[in-house]
Design a protein around this ligand. Structure first.
Ligand SMILES: [Fe+2]
Length: 256
């Protein structure tokens, strides 16, 4: 009897999109139910099976309850079903790192978290300010872990302080953070520096999750290119490395 070959890990990783502004009218992402369906249809055709709807939280004045996000997810889920789009939609959020988040964590407010089907670990997606210097990242990581939630950093490759010194992500990992690659960083959407940093972190096997961070349907051709590239070149992630551990020594300060 011949055994079916195991699916390449890259396909499994790409099947889960943990960062997407696919809910209509929630933030500066999708503007209509029709646009959300266009995005959903394309994601499904790329092999994505599960997508997390991650409206902005604590940014641009957005602040939504878990119930509100879940209600909007249910509506879009119904649209997908009605139009034969085979894509599991999960309620999540993208929190902005900053004072309001610290306050929420200090006050024990319930954050919108998610789990993966294979593990019962609650995670929360957090974006750092892209340009401002940040302090207290390790401390927030430890506090969240103590509260039973694992922090996942959205697109570190787009953060200026990481572009200048990607080795600092190793310190953040030691404090409990995990990392999500923006697929559009690989197609150059966010500039050469973000792309080079993404490639460096990828090569070091530093990413735990990938996300499209798709906002508008106009970005779909770039997303298709990023998927094609990863299928062609492979996608080293922590999970696919032999020791299930990335190598911080391969991360370095970029020459200026
Ligand atoms: Fe985002």
């Amino acid at each position: 009897m011949t055994m079916a070959p195991a699916a390449p890990p890259v396909l499994d990783v790409l099947a889960l999109d943990v960062h997407c502004h696919i809910l209509p009218g929630c933030d500066e992402g999708s503007r209509s139910a029709a646009e959300s369906m266009l995005m959903g249809r394309e994601l499904a055709s790329l092999g994505v099976r599960r997508v997390h709807a991650t409206p902005h939280q604590f940014r641009f004045g957005h602040e939504r309850t878990a119930v509100d996000v879940e209600t909007r997810v249910s509506e879009t889920r119904r649209d997908f079903e009605r139009h034969g789009i085979s894509l599991e939609l999960v309620a999540s959020a993208e929190y902005l790192y900053g004072e309001r988040l610290f306050e929420a964590v200090d006050a024990g407010e319930a954050l919108i978290t998610w789990t993966t089907p294979d593990a019962d670990i609650r995670r929360v997606l957090i974006e750092l300010p892209l340009r401002d210097p940040v302090v207290g990242v390790e401390s927030l990581g430890r506090r969240l872990l103590r509260a039973g939630v694992r922090p996942v950093m959205a697109h570190p490759e787009r953060v200026l302080s990481v572009i200048a010194d990607s080795a600092r992500t190793a310190l953040w990992r030691a404090a409990g953070w995990e990392f999500q690659l923006d697929l559009l960083s690989l197609s150059g959407t966010y500039g050469r520096d973000a792309r080079a940093t993404a490639e460096q972190l990828l090569e070091a096997g530093f990413y735990d999750f990938v996300g499209s961070d798709l906002h508008r349907s106009v970005q779909l051709p770039d997303l298709v290119r990023a998927h094609e590239r990863l299928r062609r070149e492979g996608l080293p992630t922590r999970a696919s490395l032999p020791a299930n551990n990335s190598d911080p020594s391969r991360l370095a300060r970029r020459p200026r």
